[in-house]
Design a protein around this ligand. Sequence first.
Ligand code: HEC
Length: 137
Amino acid sequence: MKSVSPLAVAAVSLALLSTASGAKPKAVDLSKLPPAAAKPNVTYAADIKPIFDGTCIKCHGAEKTKGKLRLDSLAGALKGGDLGKVIVPGDSANSFLVQAVARIVPEDDAMPPADKAKPLSKDQVALIRAWIDQGAK
Ligand code: HEC
């Protein structure tokens, strides 16, 4: 039997892995994230829901639930979607939702889709970061 080089095996398993994980975020440059807002006691109800209502709910609510992600409740946001959890309480930089709205992911994964809605402002991204860093309450 002809021997298969370990490199070829590694390449095949990598290819399989990336197929299996679908749209999993690739390595992104976290240094490009705007810093978290300094505001204390940021909550979903008071600060974040208005942002999601304005820009995200039309695709991530009861009517349409793109990526199986609902952002119209705190529970839905924490539950995540097709990718699994998109919010890591206490770690906004590694939360896919933050990387997506800060648009540091490949443009196809950035949220909201560029042709469908206005991108969030730096201040809105900073507030979402503060909310998640403070525990996503
Ligand atoms: C015009 C429709 C639209 C709007 C508006 C929109 N999204 Fe999305 N979103 C999508 C689609 C479609 C997907 C699925 C992407 C895919 O599968 O490639 C998605 C997926 C996501 C995901 C990944 C979910 C998962 O688990 O797969 C996140 C996080 C996300 N959106 C966050 C947001 C946020 C936050 C906003 C508002 C700032 C937003 N989206 C606004 C259409 C939208």
